[in-house]
Design a protein around this ligand. Structure first.
Ligand code: FAS
Ligand code: PHB
Length: 390
């Protein structure tokens, strides 16, 4: 088989790039290790930067997002039992975020690929990139005992943190930066009315808590837990009781609880691999970087990589101009590191660090008090949260 762009990974990154390229007549194939049901069974991000929402519309996949998603103009930061609102709209001169679940977004991308006859191959086993340093790279994958080869001009590694693409780059050709946090997030999805119109990021001496949502009948909540906790350690009742202990009283009293329809623990880490290119293979999304979800940057960072890659490939195929491809890694990393900084800052400010000395705890408190008392500080939070310019 021959194509122009071979994409490893059928998550949001791979599917969005596939859709955008196809709309411009650039042939591509997506190789996804899992079944579609498995991919759609993951519960992950929920907040889209306005730039990502625009990219979904450009990919002709924004209709359901615009119909069912919620535009949010603000978020709440709560600490010591008091909720304070950060007006994203006011502090950014009119920008906002779209609250729409990654699962639904991925479903929309799959349906758009189906509608256009896009080539997404599921259950592709043992995918491998080859000859990335030549002008004739290719992919292979197994379908049962059969090994299938796909010749392409470029390979895109959109296969997430545990994928094959980054790991196929020789160790002396890549630098990795990593920071692991001493806690995780226990997340619950429940068919209950969200406790708040807008997200609440809540700092508490018992640990961080987040009140989020997917719709007016689907709530998403998280609490910080020790890395030693297992999801089976937490009954629904224990989760709701602990969440209530951490929230301001008026929020806890209004919380509608119910059975969890999904419950999982995610570890928190910051990770960047540089450069995001190896010959004619380009890394995008979680394959190249990971952030703690506190800043809602993970999925959004994947989107900015795809924005840059899409325009770079368009310039190559339509104008024979490789400036975008040659600068992709530097351009993408410049924005990625700003998302890393913001995610680290939000995580450091809002979580309980078990090994903190008292001075650090007082500094954390001061960071919060300064943020909520300073227009400049809230403007900085707001411009990062709605998304820095691509
Ligand atoms: P993905 O990991 O989504 O997709 C990669 C795809 O490649 C997967 O479908 C995988 O099956 C496939 N693949 C892997 N190896 C392969 C191989 N060898 N061959 C073929 N295919 C292969 N972000 C937020 O903004 N907010 C959140 O609250 C949030 N919560 C998260 C919770 C969890 C548990 C995780 C893991 C991530 C969370 N994220 C969150 C980040 C998440 O949304 C990612 O940023 C987003 O999924 C990135 O999309 P992709 O780059 O497409 O990677
Ligand atoms: C979510 O709704 O899953 C969510 C929202 C904001 C975050 C993290 C997760 O910062």
């Amino acid at each position: 088989m021959k194509t122009q762009v071979g994409i490893i990974g059928g998550g949001p990154s791979g599917l969005l790039l596939s859709q955008l390229l196809h709309l411009k007549g650039i042939d591509n194939v997506v190789l996804e290790r899992q079944s579609r049901e498995y991919v759609l069974g993951r519960i992950r991000a929920g907040v889209l930067e306005h730039g990502f929402a625009d990219l979904m519309r450009e990919a002709e996949c924004g209709e359901r997002m615009d119909a069912e998603g919620e535009i949010h103009h603000g978020i709440f930061i709560a600490h010591d039992g008091v909720k304070s609102r950060v007006d994203l709209f006011e502090h950014t001169g009119g920008n906002s975020v779209m609250v729409y679940g990654q699962t639904e977004l991925t479903r929309d991308l799959y349906e758009a690929r189906d509608k256009m006859g896009g080539k997404v191959i599921h259950n592709a086993e043992d995918v491998k990139p080859h000859d990335m340093l030549t002008d004739a790279p290719y992919l292979t994958y197994r379908n049962g005992d059969e090994v299938i080869r796909i010749d392409c001009d470029y390979i895109i590694g959109a296969d997430g943190f545990h994928g094959v693409s980054r790991k196929s780059i020789p160790a002396d050709q890549i630098r990795e930066y990593e920071k692991v946090y001493p806690f995780g997030w226990l997340g619950v999805l429940s068919r209950t009315k969200p406790v708040s119109e807008e997200l609440i990021y809540n700092k508490h001496e018992r640990g961080f808590a987040l009140c989020s949502l997917r719709s007016q009948v689907l709530s998403r909540y998280y609490i910080q837990v020790p890395l030693t906790d297992k999801v089976e350690d937490w009954s629904d009742d224990d989760f709701w009781a602990e969440l209530k202990r951490r929230l301001p009283v008026e929020v806890a009293d209004a919380l509608e609880t119910g059975p969890s329809i999904e419950k999982s623990i995610a570890p928190l880490r910051s990770f960047v691999a540089e450069p995001m290119r190896y010959g004619n293979m380009f890394l995008a999304g979680d394959a190249a970087h990971i952030v703690p979800p506190t800043g809602a940057r993970g999925l959004n960072s994947a989107a900015s990589d795809i924005y840059y890659l899409y325009h770079a490939l368009l310039d190559h195929y339509q104008k024979g101009d490789d400036t975008g491809l040659d600068s992709y890694s530097d351009t993408a990393l410049a924005r990625i590191w700003k998302a890393q900084r913001f995610s680290w800052w939000m995580t450091t400010m809002l979580h309980r660090f078990p090994d903190n000395i008292e001075y650090d705890n007082r500094l954390q408190q001061t960071e919060l008090e300064y943020l909520l008392s300073s227009k400049a500080a809230m403007t900085s939070l707001a411009e990062n949260y709605v998304g820095l310019p691509f």
